[in-house]
Design a protein around this ligand. Structure first.
Ligand code: ADP
Ligand code: MG
Length: 250
């Protein structure tokens, strides 16, 4: 695999939060490469820094130092205007769905396009197309309050995909769902990856979700990547530290 096949390249990433109790170093030199078109899993304890890492990738957080290249573009040296452009190429989904409760499914999905000043007919076309992809065509006039958890996450996924991004960041997207609904959402993510070639970074504390879905994975512990490899390799033969992590928590 050459550099051309890499979609995310992170090196030497550090992030410290200022807290009332003083500085809290959360990312301590993260190095990570995610290949174009793969589903890559990151697993770790609660508090390991997974969400902070995801938020640094679309620069919802500004790291102290390091480099984050997404599609060859250095995310940390962009102007505000360039950043808005690059963010359109990155979709994100969350454990809590983060939907607009007062908007219909249609308008939840169309929101990222409406703030981009795209013509109404084009918006309509893309919302319909994306709703079809996630299986929500018959729910466009519903409100989030009337949907199941799985349907809400489908809205979240559609909203994340409506700009046709190259990368989907999934931060604990199935952690609020029951096991059967989790499987349906993981199947949907696999299907979207297969159909569109989108690169997916799946962050979770759920080992089974990674085993079911991902090609390769990394283990994040206390702000550092302690292991990277194919899912099969790591499950068959984890480093002793990772093995301990698996039995302790998951
Ligand atoms: P994870 O997603 O792996 O559970 P997080 O990235 O959410 O971990 O958090 C890592 C650590 O950083 C935690 O100790 C958390 O309390 C702290 N943290 C996260 N965001 C902030 C913030 N905005 N300000 C201060 N501390 C934060
Ligand atoms: Mg988190």
């Amino acid at each position: 695999m050459g550099v051309m096949d890499d979609y995310i390249q992170i090196s030497g990433l550090h992030k410290t939060f200022r807290t009332r109790n003083g500085p809290l170093q959360v990312l301590k030199g993260v190095n990570l490469t995610v290949r174009k078109g793969e589903i890559f899993g990151i697993i770790g304890f609660s508090g390991a820094g997974k969400s902070t890492l995801a938020r640094c990738i679309n620069r919802l957080e500004t790291p102290d130092s390091g480099s984050i290249k997404v599609g060859g573009v250095e995310i940390l040296s962009l102007s505000k205007k360039q950043l808005l452009q690059e963010r359109k190429k990155i979709g994100m989904i969350f454990q809590t769905f983060n939907l607009f409760e007062a908007k219909t499914v249609y308008h939840n999905i169309s929101y990222p396009l409406e703030i981009s000043k795209i013509p109404k007919a084009e918006i309509r076309r893309r919302v319909f197309e994306t709703a079809e992809l996630v299986g929500l065509s018959d729910k466009l006039n519903a409100y989030p309050g009337g949907l199941s958890g799985g349907q809400k996450q489908r809205v979240g996924i559609a909203r994340a995909l409506v700009n046709r991004p190259n990368l989907l960041l999934s931060d604990e997207a199935t952690s609020a769902l029951d096991p059967q609904t989790t499987l349906q959402i993981l199947d949907l993510l696999k299907e979207i990856n297969r159909a569109t070639g989108i690169t997916i970074l799946m962050i979770t504390h759920e080992l089974d979700a990674i085993r079911y879905t991902c090609d390769r994975m990394a283990v994040l512990e206390d702000g550092k990547i302690i292991e990277v490899g194919s899912v099969r390799e790591i499950f068959n033969n984890p480093l002793s530290r990772t093995g301990a992590l698996f039995t302790k928590v998951f």
